[in-house]
Design a protein around this ligand. Structure first.
Ligand code: SF4
Length: 258
């Protein structure tokens, strides 16, 4: 496990508790690599790839000898959270999608078992393959996240369709906290939630993270109307909202589902 505090980009792993204490945040990667190949088109036409891929292939090449688009199983890292005695927020798979379709089920179950055993920590997972999430039993101390569809070849309409499907999978997840990472907010997602709420009472998640887009050199803010309508919906549902540090907004939000 990365014994450094979670990098600035993963500030939501430093969880503020009900009594105001903030847990230290760490990343833990018992698996590595990802086959999703996410890319985003920025409003200036540039296409940016996954940050983890850039790190793996430029900075951490020794740990990613077959490149980033490869599955790595790191059993030696498996018990790291058990050795960390003080409660922490631990983001699982900052360099992977633990629930990717290519990850053997036995490995996922082993990782979940460790999370359950290390009950004094709060673990956060994040996947772009929510179809698989309802298959698993999540320990109480695991927050299960899904992140917005990505893909520079995907239209906003296609992304909205994908997000609707994501919500249906999220509805079937049994976890103490389900969350949606809306980062970057690159299309108008609120109408998807509004359509969902036209048929049901609740959105199928308990926490939302919102962020801007970045190509590493420049930040691109979502259209204010997208953020505005999204916040209106989330507030009406009583869903806590956490803003990534890269989001420019007049009223700061760093709420946790506690
Ligand atoms: S799912 Fe995450 S780790 Fe995998 S390519 Fe996409 S952004 Fe990168």
């Amino acid at each position: 496990m990365n014994r450094q505090k979670a990098p600035k980009g993963i500030e939501w792993t430093r969880i503020r508790q009900a009594d105001g204490r903030v847990l230290p945040g760490y990343t833990w990667n018992p698996t590595g690599g990802c086959l999703h190949g996410c890319t985003w088109e920025m409003p200036d036409g540039s296409v940016t790839e996954c940050y983890a891929k850039t790190v793996a292939e430029r900075i951490a090449r020794n740990s990613y000898v077959h490149g980033f688009e490869h599955h790595y199983w790191r059993p030696k890292a498996l018990n790291d959270p058990l050795r960390l005695r003080d409660p922490a927020g631990i983001f699982v798979g900052s360099m992977a999608d633990l629930f990717g379709h290519w990850v053997p089920r036995e490995q996922i179950v082993q990782v979940l078992d460790v999370m359950g055993e290390a009950h004094w920590h709060t673990f956060q997972t994040l996947s772009k393959y929510p179809l698989r999430l309802p298959e698993f039993d999540f320990p109480e101390n695991v927050w299960v996240g899904v992140s917005l569809p990505a893909g520079h070849t995907m239209s906003a309409k296609g992304a909205a369709r994908a997000l609707s499907a994501y919500l249906r999978h999220m509805e079937a997840i049994e976890a103490s906290v389900r969350f949606l990472s809306i980062e970057p907010l690159w299309f108008d997602a609120a109408p998807v939630f509004a359509r969902w709420l036209a048929e049901r009472e609740r959105l199928p998640f308990e926490w939302a993270i919102i962020g801007a887009a970045s190509n590493g050199r420049r930040l691109f803010q979502p259209q204010p109307a997208w953020t505005e309508s999204l916040l209106e919906l989330l507030d009406a549902q009583g869903i806590p909202v956490f803003f990534k540090g890269n989001l420019a907004w007049h009223e700061w939000r760093d709420e946790f589902p506690l």
